[in-house]
Write a protein that binds this ligand. Sequence first.
Ligand code: PRP
Ligand code: URA
Length: 212
Amino acid sequence: MDAAASDSVFVIDHPVIQTKLTELRDVTADHRKFRTLLDEIAGLMVYEVTRDWPTRPQPVRTPLEQTTGRVLARQVTLVPILRAGLGMSDGVLRMLPEARLGHLGVYRDEKTLEPVSYYQKLPPDIAQTEVLLIDPMLATGGSGSAAISFLKKAGVTNMRFVCLVAAPEGIAALHAQHPEVPIYCAAIDRQLNERGYILPGLGDAGDRIFGT
Ligand code: PRP
Ligand code: URA
């Protein structure tokens, strides 16, 4: 894993993830293939994203003797940003099956590129948990920043933003508002185009996942 633009931006450059990301970017990948790849990459990213989470000792009896293992110290909450974040949920949940789920509905206004929040539902005790905020794309950073602001209002202090492709503009904007929130991604792409799409990117993630 590369610590990239700053100490709190991590690029997970694992060869298996990079291979799948390249297949995902391919314009000829249909929604079935796109969904499968996104799900697989999200699951693989969990290993690096959670690498330094705290653990606590837990007694366990093996078939041979009593010993002490280690388990995650805190409960986990997964928060996909709707819609496209849903495409990563199952992959992450396979690795963290005890996690609870919150949902934040945010879309980008196509003209202004400003985030529009339309739905929020979080577990009541989310503030005491480790939170993974997931969305495949960090473009202008508006949607991610709005989601983080909402999580902070709910008392969340331990959170990580996990995306696939990040634009330099989005990283800068998100960290201007929320410098303490680490960003994990599989790639930092070149730039945004005039319509706020990431170049080279992978297109509109939501449309490619859902076939819309
Ligand atoms: C996409 C993506 C992010 C957002 C990123 O969602 O999934 O949420 O754009 O762009 P930003 O960083 O400039 O805010 P979109 O608005 O297309 O909504 P959808 O997931 O419902 O398709
Ligand atoms: N949202 C997407 O889905 N793709 C982009 O390139 C930018 C924002």
